[in-house]
Design a protein around this ligand. Structure first.
Ligand SMILES: NC(=O)C1=CN([C@@H]2O[C@H](COP(=O)(O)OP(=O)(O)OC[C@H]3O[C@@H](n4cnc5c(N)ncnc54)[C@H](O)[C@@H]3O)[C@@H](O)[C@H]2O)C=CC1
Ligand SMILES: O=C(CO)COP(=O)(O)O
Length: 337
């Protein structure tokens, strides 16, 4: 049983990393009970007894109405689950709930390596009866946990009927979802921006200046549009909170794990050094190679994504990768040309 009698949660969060914990805190901000699933027994005890998550979200004092558990089967009884395990583990963890038939709100940002599947495809395969939605936008976990305001795209595969159910379950005074029916667009924005944030971190680490960063955001957005439109995303979604909004956030701050990974590479750390010893996830490092493969299959030029692949594979130093990007033939600015 999750929560005290009479206070059973109607909503659960799967994954107690930084983002899952911050989402649970945001959902509990008006006193509603929230169930939070973690893999780690010791973390469950710390959350329930000390009201904190020192491993993934240090500094936040967690609400009394959050109840942590390692029991996935109990979570399956809840009508709404926010799924926040990292992208590469979605299929594996969700396969523990194959019959889940409630609303499954996907919050990870990435593409599955190996299969090239977006998160909703992975979820449909693992839990075919679930009603999938995607929540994505400019949302640094520590800011959301602190109650600072933001807005997100909530893309519902079940259209407006699902939105009517989910919006009141997820919205809070400082957390504002906007409706979309474009699940693919919301997924692609979040997955691609993580890769581009690594590139922006490299620019920062190399000390190449703010002009270079703005140019990279703009040319990176062109890559996101080319890829997204070819995959069936809508242009307005890519230009919205889950696309351009999150791209600008993540490309502008070392609070981003992807940006900070790129910064370390730009400062001269090797890829293996920069990637090892992290207990937090920089999704872009796992998404970049599979994204580059998908783009190649579709004959879509993504030179910045290709450059990030070269860097995370440790195939060339950052300065050489930037030099070869700058030496590419001059061309028209058209994003789709
Ligand atoms: N942290 C943030 O500000 C935001 C993160 N996201 C996305 O949320 C997703 C989760 O990221 P965070 O919560 O930040 O993670 P995190 O980096 O804080 O923590 C890592 C998480 O991975 C889990 N994990 C490690 N090995 C695992 C395994 N074998 N199976 C299942 N889970 C495993 C850990 O238990 C932990 O929950 C990512 O896709 C990220 O892009 C989205 C918005 C904001
Ligand atoms: O997605 C995020 C903010 O919207 C968090 O970005 P990082 O995973 O790079 O920290």
């Amino acid at each position: 049983m999750i929560g005290a009698p009479g206070t059973a949660p109607a909503i659960g969060v799967i994954g107690a990393g930084a983002w899952g914990t911050a989402l649970a805190q945001m959902l509990a901000s008006d006193g509603r009970p929230v169930a939070l699933w973690a893999r780690e027994e010791s973390l469950v005890a710390t959350i329930n007894h000390e009201r904190r998550n020192p491993t993934y979200l240090p500094g936040a004092e967690l609400a009394e109405t959050i109840t942590a558990t390692t029991d996935l089967a109990t979570m399956a009884t809840l009508p709404v689950l926010l799924w926040v395990t990292p992208a590469q583990f979605l299929g594996q963890v969700l396969s523990g709930l194959p019959d889940y038939a409630g609303d499954l709100v996907l919050c990870a940002k990435g593409i599955e390596a190996g299969s090239g599947r977006l998160m909703a495809e992975v979820a449909h395969a693992a839990a075919p009866a679930a009603h999938v939605a995607v929540l994505s936008g400019p949302t640094f976990a520590h800011e959301v946990a602190a109650g600072l305001p933001t807005a997100v795209t909530l893309a519902c595969s079940g259209g407006e009927t699902q939105w009517q159910r989910l919006a009141p379950a997820v919205a809070r005074p400082t957390f504002r979802p906007y409706y979309s029916a474009d699940v693919i667009g919301a997924e692609i924005g979040g997955a691609v921006k993580n890769v581009l944030a690594i590139a922006c971190g490299v620019v920062d680490g190399l000390g190449l200046g703010q002009n270079a960063r703005a140019a990279l955001i703009s040319r990176g957005f062109a890559e996101m549009q080319r890829f997204g439109l070819a995959m069936g995303a809508q242009a307005e979604t890519l230009a919205g909170l889950s696309g351009l909004g999150d791209l600008v956030l993540t490309c502008s701050s070392a609070s981003s794990r992807n940006f900070s990974l790129g910064k370390a590479l730009g400062e001269g750390q090797s890829a293996s050094e920069a990637l090892s010893g992290r207990n937090t996830v920089a999704e872009g490092a796992y998404t970049a190679p599979v994204l580059a493969d998908l783009a190649r299959q579709k004959e879509i030029a993504m030179p910045l994504v290709d450059a990030v692949v070269t860097l995370v594979r440790g195939q060339a130093p950052a300065r050489d990768v930037v030099a070869s990007l700058l030496a590419r033939p001059l061309r028209a600015e058209r994003p789709l040309g």
